[in-house]
Design a protein around this ligand. Structure first.
Ligand SMILES: [Zn+2]
Length: 78
């Protein structure tokens, strides 16, 4: 009586979201790109809000840049 539970675990952790929420227009249209030269660009495809950062760290990920981007635009505006 050893009923083995078959569990199929799909690991989709590595798949990070590619588009984020825009702090200005609220649309999920913000894209983060990091060039091979380690220059990052954060652009909202809807309202055109954009931000650039040069020479990001080796381990910097899109989400980190997005967070920084949010910081900038939420503290600057008001
Ligand atoms: Zn926007």
């Amino acid at each position: 009586m050893g009923r083995k539970r078959k569990s199929i675990i799909r690991v989709t952790r590595r798949k990070l979201p590619k588009v984020f929420n825009c702090p200005r227009c609220g649309m999920v249209a913000v894209r983060v790109t990091i060039s091979p030269e380690k220059n990052a660009k954060v652009i909202c495809g809807d309202c055109g809000l954009n931000w650039e950062k040069i020479e990001v760290g080796k381990r910097t990920e899109a989400i980190d840049l997005y967070n920084e981007f949010i910081d900038k635009f939420t503290s600057e505006g008001e």
